[in-house]
Write a protein that binds this ligand. Structure first.
Ligand SMILES: *[C@@H]1O[C@H](CO)[C@@H](O)[C@H](O)[C@H]1NC(C)=O
Ligand SMILES: *[C@@H]1O[C@H](CO)[C@@H](O)[C@H](O)[C@H]1NC(C)=O
Ligand SMILES: *[C@@H]1O[C@H](CO)[C@@H](O)[C@H](O)[C@H]1NC(C)=O
Length: 476
């Protein structure tokens, strides 16, 4: 091995570049053996019970994708006094309150935290805007009449005009609140699917509960508020779960104010403390998160999909949209009514995972969990080598240091040469003196003192090695 230098960074290269190889050592100490078995046992239980059984490590899961349909309905009552009848039916009537009894209506003298405006009766179509996965329910509508005062075709009169004012307001603005908007009911009809697992569900066949994160009064009020999803125990404080009201087709519907309350708010709360402007006036974005699952801790996957509605407000947002009703005579744009509508934007967000047993997922979970088992060896080794009083002995047993092989090779080489030299010198002494020119091998071989120093050198290496080996805990 003369290709390698004999020293590296001031140390014997055989020490620095030592090759560690695995050798099994039986440490005869029951404490360590028992520790390792206990760790293996605990880890196996953890993997089997928690990772596989409880958390369903054998399930393939897929994020749901879904669609939703909403309908909105004003408060109604039929001739027999049953609420929430279908307004298309003959004996179904609107069930609004007298505006003089509603604090937010200008028709009443009751105190109100925000601005009061005249209340107007609107039915569902008057306040509803439907989008792909959201609806807007108007709570406040400000309207004003406007006339077209400038358009490009009149530029003949005023050549080059760029119409700094297109419409001019005529007359007063009027602002109205919708009466009893909080009592309007929103119906949710959703369906979800996990396509690659082949699982689908429709809300008529599923069960869902409303989650109330932070509203103690709400949970206290509801006689069927539960502390867990679908649970039996009544709770008086949040968080709680409430079962929705259902139509005859088993679809869920909620009053708008109930959703606001479940989000810990109300249409009549100020947008920020002291602003004097309520959500009824400014509008708000209410996110309705629907979380689907068909897997439960310990129980695994089932066919029944269940879901949870979690309503929450987007903080510090108001919501408004403009609409124009055109009614010109000669030109439809000539006259318009501009509507500035503030309301509740109800955004439905479908989320969650559906799961199904999968053998390949089980294998994946098993192989990843099994790496945990290596922890048992790691911990036991650590205890043996660093914590127990006999750690030095364990260390000695666990890490064996061989002799320095390059020194050994050097020694052997030196010995061989010395014996060869000794043979040659005795030969040359006995053979003819005439062969003085014979210097074969002498050029490349070492003289006696050189060899001695080499030997001493390797002796010294051994000492370094021996010394270093004693300190190997720190240097390796
Ligand atoms: C409609 O607009 C035109 C032009 O702006 C105006 O002359 C007319 O009086 C308006 N009609 C009404 C009913 O306001
Ligand atoms: C807009 O209306 C105001 C008064 O309401 C009037 O003084 C002004 O001239 C009008 N502007 C145009 C471009 O007609
Ligand atoms: C269900 O309907 C009743 C009667 O209209 C109402 O008092 C209650 O708040 C509703 N429950 C939910 C969760 O909307």
């Amino acid at each position: 091995m003369n290709l390698l230098p004999s020293r590296l960074c001031g140390k014997d290269i055989d020490y620095v570049m030592a090759y560690p190889t695995v050798k099994m050592v039986n440490i005869q100490d029951a404490r360590l053996g028992v520790l390792k078995i206990a760790l293996l046992f605990a880890i196996t239980i953890y993997i089997a019970v928690f990772q596989l059984w409880r958390d369903g490590g054998y399930l393939a899961t897929e994020k749901v994708s879904g669609v939703a349909r909403f309908t909105l309905q004003q408060p109604t009552i039929d001739s027999e006094g049953n609420p929430n009848c279908d307004p298309k039916n003959a004996n179904c009537y609107n069930d609004f309150d007298d505006p003089s009894t509603l604090p937010y209506c200008a028709q009443s003298t009751l105190p109100y935290v925000g601005n009061k405006y005249d209340c107007q009766f609107y039915e569902n179509v008057g306040v509803l805007h439907t989008f792909e996965s959201s609806i807007v329910v108007d709570t406040r509508i400000t309207s004003r009449k406007e006339n077209l005062v400038c358009q490009a075709s009149t530029a003949v009169d005023e050549p080059g005009t760029t119409c700094p004012v297109v419409y001019n307001t005529t007359g007063e603005e009027t602002t109205n609140y919708g009466s009893n908007i909080g009592l309007f009911t929103v119906l949710f009809d959703t369906s979800v699917t996990a396509t690659s697992l082949g699982i689908t569900g429709q809300s008529a066949d599923m069960e869902g509960w409303l989650y109330v994160a932070d509203n103690d009064a709400f949970c206290d009020d509801f006689s069927d508020a539960r502390s867990t999803w679908g649970g039996a125990a009544k709770t008086n404080e949040s968080p709680c779960y409430v079962m929705p009201n259902k139509t005859s087709a088993n679809l869920d519907f909620f009053q708008l104010e109930i959703l606001m309350n479940a989000a810990g708010s109300s249409l009549d709360y100020e947008t920020s403390t002291g602003s004097g402007e309520t959500f009824r006036e400014a509008g708000v974005t209410l996110i309705m998160q629907v979380d689907y699952t068909n897997t439960l801790s310990w129980a695994g996957a089932s066919d029944a999909i269940q879901y949870t509605y979690t309503p929450y407000l987007l903080p510090s947002t108001s919501f408004k949209m403009y609409e124009a009703e055109y009614d010109g005579v000669n030109n439809y744009r000539e006259n318009r009514t501009l509507l500035n509508k503030h309301g509740v934007k109800l955004d439905l967000v479908q989320s969650g995972y559906l799961g199904k047993f999968s053998f390949s997922q089980l294998l994946v979970s098993l192989t990843t969990s099994l790496t945990l088992l290596a922890m048992a060896t790691l911990v036991t080794d650590y205890v043996a080598l660093y914590l127990l009083p006999d750690k030095e002995k364990y260390d000695e047993a666990k890490y064996e240091w061989t002799e320095d092989f390059s020194d050994m090779r050097d020694e052997e080489r030196v010995e061989k040469r010395m014996s060869r030299q000794a043979g040659r010198s005795s030969r040359s002494a006995s053979e003819a003196e005439g062969r003085q020119d014979s210097k074969v091998g002498q050029g490349s071989s070492l003289s006696e003192p050189d060899l001695k120093s080499r030997l001493l050198d390797s002796e010294e290496h051994r000492q370094i090695y021996g010394h270093s080996a004693g300190n190997r805990d720190t240097s390796v």
